[in-house]
Design a protein around this ligand. Sequence first.
Ligand code: GDP
Length: 303
Amino acid sequence: QTQTDAGVKRSRDSWFGRIRNLLGSAELDDSVWDELEEVLISSDVGVSTTMTVLDELRADVRSGRATDGDSVFLRLKQLLSAEMSSQSDADAWLDDDAIALPYVILMCGVNGVGKTTSIAKLAHHFTRAGKKVVLGAADTFRAAAEEQLEILGARVGVDVISHQPGADPGAVAYDAWQAARARGADILIVDTAGRLHTRNNLMDELRKVRRVINRLDEAAPHQVLLTLDATTGHNGLTQAQAFTDAVGCTGIFLAKLDGTARGGIVLAIRRELGVPILFIGTGEGLDDIAPFDPEGFVDALLA
Ligand code: GDP
């Protein structure tokens, strides 16, 4: 699977393609710098990253390290790649024998961002890698969420542990962990509520689910993944901050990257949230998932 399809291609064709043209043809005058700034900001790279990158590029030109559009383009690619570095490998732990199973992934995110779909994709991804996966339906607030998870779980062929609608999410997480353990599962993925209108209650609930899991295994949850919708741009980042503050997210599942031409959001997430993107969603199907490869992403964008 390559990441050059879907979102990456659209981003490249629209915004980043403009950068190539811009630097490919013109003299490096003020209008080029202005337009470069506009392109980066409007592709969701974020103001602070854009300013840092532009300052560096201008300094390179002044010092003679970059002399023409081509060398500035190469340097831009390096700078954007550097912004993305120190990302961790999403699948590295799969072969880590030191981890006591089940490996627990707590999935959070606001309703509608693609959380349930992304859980099913993860289950599919790990199942294909030969792992046994169990899902815990701890979004007991929306009856439809449990039902949707059960349908998707059946499609992927994994067990889903759920209680009655309205049940205590912590109790579901507890039972799901026990079931995963008893059934010899490698991975437990726990769905959580994403209603936003009672935000404080929601954050308390998430912290409680986290605590329940942590009492069962002090190393768990091993990942707290936040699902973000790539099409919501910077609005999504403000929301994300509430989750990272409340439950300490360790990674991002960036859904709907196929739905935006503003691939720069990937850089903004890294810088503004300080949390690595581990997976991307590139469509509605179960196969539309890829572990995120930051350098490959920047290369593909600026190909
Ligand atoms: P939840 O409320 O966060 O659990 O969201 P759902 O998983 O129900 O997804 C909401 C909608 O987004 C559904 O129509 C999904 O098919 C769609 N969706 C989820 N992930 C992706 C993705 O990566 N790409 C696209 N195009 N659609 C997605």
